[in-house]
Design a protein around this ligand. Structure first.
Ligand SMILES: *Cc1c(COP(=O)(O)O)cnc(C)c1O
Length: 353
């Protein structure tokens, strides 16, 4: 029985050839390839600048710093995300302020965001969870009204679309190229996109020590090998995501009457990083799928404020708490076959019968 991992990098001949070329080129770090990858990524997103860094977590950290997030400030974000959404805020010396989400798309609820704004709030950090865009227009309106910055965690949302615009072009946006994501750069990597030349300038300085400008930067560079892989992966991104979309719609066709299936909000295109169902019998289904070789997983089993490093920022977010007990993510990556999907559906159907 073949195993179906929850995520899997799809690396072809093009990536291999590009890596070998870099190895023979005489330069291994932050050179022409990184510049080429940045330019291609900015063009893809429809934004002025893209700055490549060493990871998605670093992208978040530097984007927050560039927007003046520091000690004494607060950043409003979701408790239903990967931990580094919050730890990036904490590394800036700022306070994460967790606000509850919408149950249909698992993204930040703008109505609850407004209630959480204080004189210390500096930024709003929504997450496009599982690949679905947050309510960016409503959040941008709040930012305009209260003088805040919108910084988007799109680490799971390469190529998703919001009201006709590519994610990456609507706010200062952070991407990850970790090996599990919709595209990778050798397993690790990150990018910040922005239309603001000053923000781009500061992030470029900080990623490479920044001493000449009197800044205390550090080493957050991307290597030429990573960028070479990234350039090839970007060319394949639309085709890979089309596969994800087909897999997601097959699952919805088959599972619609058994569990609550994920949906796309009007005017949004999902990137289908993960296909996340909701059911009260989550634990049984997960066990049965895992026994059948399907690596279904729970993202996320508890709110970030219940993680040991974040208990100082404890909040009460009932929608998040409920979803933590119900969600189960199924693999939909491009290597998932129709046969794999039939097997998932069969296992879920049998478990619920
Ligand atoms: C993957 C991920 C990150 C972190 O990216 P890394 O490249 O692993 O540092 C941040 N936020 C979200 C929502 C992610 O999924």
């Amino acid at each position: 029985m073949n195993k179906v991992p929850i995520a899997q990098p799809i690396i072809g001949e093009e990536e291999r050839a590009a890596v070998l070329k870099v190895l023979g080129s005489g330069n291994l770090v932050q050179g022409d390839k990184v510049r080429e990858f940045e330019e291609a990524f900015a063009a893809y997103c429809g934004t002025e600048y893209a700055v490549a860094v060493s990871s998605g977590s670093v992208a978040l950290y530097l984007a927050l710093l560039a927007h003046g997030v520091g000690p004494g400030t607060e950043v409003i974000t979701t408790p239903f995300s990967f931990i580094s959404t919050a730890t990036a805020i904490m590394h800036c010396g700022a306070t994460p302020r967790f606000v509850d989400i919408e149950r249909t798309t698992f993204t930040l609820d703008p109505e609850k965001v407004e209630e959480a704004i204080t004189p210390n709030t500096r930024a709003i950090l929504p997450v496009d969870l599982y690949g679905h865009p947050a309510r960016l227009d409503e959040l941008q309106e709040l930012c305009d009204q209260y003088g805040l910055s919108l910084i988007e965690d799109a680490c799971q949302a390469h190529s998703s679309i919001y009201k006709g615009k590519k994610i990456g072009s609507l706010a200062t946006t952070c991407f990850s190229f970790y090996g599990s994501k919709n595209m990778t750069t050798a397993g690790e990597g990150g990018m910040v996109t922005t239309d603001d030349d000053i923000l781009a300038y500061f992030i470029r300085q900080w990623r490479q020590h920044g001493m000449a400008q009197g800044l205390v930067g550090f080493n957050y560079r991307m290597t030429e090998i990573q960028a070479a892989i990234g350039c090839e992966q970007l060319k394949k991104l639309d085709a890979m995501n089309a596969r994800r979309r087909v897999n997601a719609s097959l699952l919805t066709e088959e599972l619609g009457d058994l569990v609550v299936c994920p949906t796309e909000r009007e005017n949004c295109t999902h990137a289908w990083y993960l296909y996340t169902i909701r059911t009260d019998r989550r634990d049984e289904i997960k066990k049965a799928l895992n026994e059948a070789g399907i690596d279904a997983r729970v993202y996320y089993p508890r709110p970030i404020y219940d993680e040991p490093c974040c208990t100082d920022y404890k909040m009460d977010c009932p929608v998040t708490e409920m979803l933590c007990k119900q969600v189960l993510s199924l693999p939909v990556h491009p290597a998932v076959t129709e046969e794999d999907i039939d097997r998932m559906v069969e296992v879920i159907r049998c478990t619920l019968e």
